[in-house]
Write a protein of this length. Structure first.
Length: 85
């Protein structure tokens, strides 16, 4: 019984050591992005900077368009399916 317990403890410590030694490090692409960002050369980075994406760079709310005029596409003899030509 003691032999199995000591083997279990040894196996557990081996697995825990393996996990702790192989913890994920920073991705190289993120390091490159941070370096290019500091040097103001984001055009050369492999990752895209999407921090300013969105309507008016996400600084304004999306406008309420519920009162805008709408048109029924089939009423103008058009096909609302772009995939069939």
């Amino acid at each position: 019984m003691k032999g199995n317990f000591s083997k279990s403890i040894a196996l557990f410590s081996l697995i825990l050591t393996n996990i702790l030694l192989h913890v994920q490090t920073e991705a190289p692409s993120w390091g490159e992005f941070a370096e290019k960002n500091e040097s103001r050369k984001l055009v050369e980075a492999s990752l895209s900077d999407c921090s300013s994406s969105g309507y008016h760079f996400s600084e304004k709310d999306i406008p309420d368009v519920s009162g805008w005029a709408t048109f029924e596409v089939p009423g103008f003899w058009a096909t609302p399916n772009f995939f069939i030509f």
